[in-house]
Design a protein around this ligand. Structure first.
Ligand code: S3P
Length: 442
């Protein structure tokens, strides 16, 4: 079976068949960015095993290199060495920091650079990134004394930053965003006095875990770990980092395994950090057949293998604001799953999806509707009727990696083949997705 590339970015998608076998998804994107960033401002060498060799982390690495950090080439199967320059060692870049398609790169870099007194920085990115809101990071950083300017009253890139001596602050963030939290924590490392971030809900905690491992003076408190404090002064020390497989990439195989008749897939080495496992809770709601095997802890992160088997009808699910931070990137593929659940599934409290690489609620509703799905779109979510079948058609990822991969699974479940425009988008987080799909498909 082959999922032929028609030209550089369009691809034929075959309907039918089943998926079986083992797959090892690439390294976690969030952890990969953080390993590069924290390694850069640590003293000594950080060796990263399993770093995601995809476009987004490459953008982060390129920006760090242009601030004087030496990072070995990022290639699949090779560990990466970061020669840290220490907390005060970053140089003023002689060029624009190009963050590509990566919101995590731009937002975390903002936190990293705003406290570099006297240095000037310009950050930009692709068309999608230049439309994404940056004030959510700029505003809290301004409370620490940062100077960030941009289009649309500081909200849109290109952004310019003039580094300032920052002061610590107590900052309540209006949205549960790990990108915002991490930017504040990065800025706090070199500010004067302690900083506390208070989140409305607990977002992914990879920064907290890794900063502690690097030696930062970081405390987590409050209800559900929503208060995170940094007291500056500690020196970060380069560490060995092992990056687990990305549960957000595993999500495509989890849903495919549960929905595609005859499938049986084992996804190995998946990160199971509890701030990321919302999809597991939804799989339980759907009464999908899966088991988690070989649970272990690797370099401070819980990891396991997941075996999923298609066993027949799935129950519809409901998800709301409370769980969104734990599965924010999995909503596109869950909206595909909902089309194959017996009944009506509801996704609520998901307005954050509208400011991702694309407006993912609108794009998924548009693309799946073109396949015959029955979806009502709301300002903060989707109501999806489990029609039980889709038809193959002309699809478009609209340049969004998670949409591309979600539509690939939808097309497999459809009657009749599809064509997917902009399928290359997958390489932002999962460069071998099409190869893995072809290998698992029979
Ligand atoms: C990320 C956090 C999430 C997620 C993104 C990666 C991170 O964004 O959607 O893909 O690495 O911190 P928000 O923090 O904006 O929710």
């Amino acid at each position: 079976m082959s999922f032929n590339s028609i030209n550089s970015s369009a691809r034929e998608l075959l309907a039918g068949g089943r998926l079986s076998g083992k797959v090892r998804v690439p390294g976690d994107k969030s952890i990969s960015h953080r390993a590069l960033l924290f390694g850069s401002i640590a003293e000594g060498v950080t060796t990263i095993q399993g770093l995601l060799p995809a476009e987004d982390p490459l953008s982060t690495a390129a920006c760090l290199r242009s601030m004087g950090v030496s990072i070995s080439p990022i290639k699949k199967g090779h560990s990466v060495e970061v020669n840290g320059v220490g907390l005060d060692g970053l140089q003023e870049p002689a060029e624009i920091l190009d963050c590509g398609n990566s919101g995590t790169t731009m937002r975390l870099l903002l936190g990293l650079i705003v406290g570099r007194k006297g240095h000037h920085f310009v950050l930009s990115g692709d068309d999608s990134l230049r439309r994404r809101p940056m004030k959510r990071v700029g505003n809290p950083l301004k409370l620490m004394g940062a100077k960030v300017h941009g289009r649309s009253n500081g909200n849109l890139a290109p952004l310019s930053v003039l580094g300032q001596k920052l002061h610590g602050a107590v900052i309540g963030t209006p949205i549960a965003s790990a990108q915002v939290k991490s930017a504040i924590l990065l800025a706090a490392l070199t500010a004067e006095g302690p900083t506390t971030v208070i989140e409305p809900a607990h977002s992914r905690d990879h920064s907290e875990r890794m900063l502690k491992a690097f030696g930062a003076n970081l405390q987590v408190g409050g209800e559900m770990g929503r208060h995170i404090s940094i007291t500056p002064g500690a020196i970060l020390k380069g560490q060995p980092v092992v990056v687990p497989g990305d549960i957000s990439s595993a999500a495509f195989w989890l849903v495919a395994g549960a929905c595609v008749p005859g499938s049986e897939i084992t996804i190995e080495n998946v990160g199971l950090n509890p701030t990321r496992t919302g999809i597991i809770e939804i799989m339980q709601q759907m009464e999908a057949s899966f088991e988690i095997l070989n649970q272990r802890e690797v370099a401070g992160e819980p990891v396991g293998d997941i075996r999923v088997i298609h066993k027949g009808q799935l129950k519809p699910f409901q998800l709301n604001e409370e769980i969104i931070p734990r599965l924010v990137d999995e909503v596109p593929i869950l909206s595909v799953a909902a089309c194959f659940c017996e009944g009506i599934s509801k996704i609520k409290g998901a307005s954050e999806l509208r400011v991702k690489e694309t407006d993912r609620l609108a794009v998924m509703a548009r693309q799946l509707t073109s396949m015959g799905a029955k979806i009502e779109e709301h300002s903060d979510g989707l109501t999806i009727h489990g029609v039980g079948k889709l038809r193959g058609t002309e699809l478009d990822s609209e340049t969004d990696h998670r949409v591309a991969m979600s539509l690939a699974i939808a097309a497999l479940l459809a009657e009749g083949d599809s064509k997917l425009a902009n399928s290359d988008a997958a390489s932002v987080s999962y460069p071998d997705f099409w190869k893995d799909l072809e290998r698992l498909h029979d």
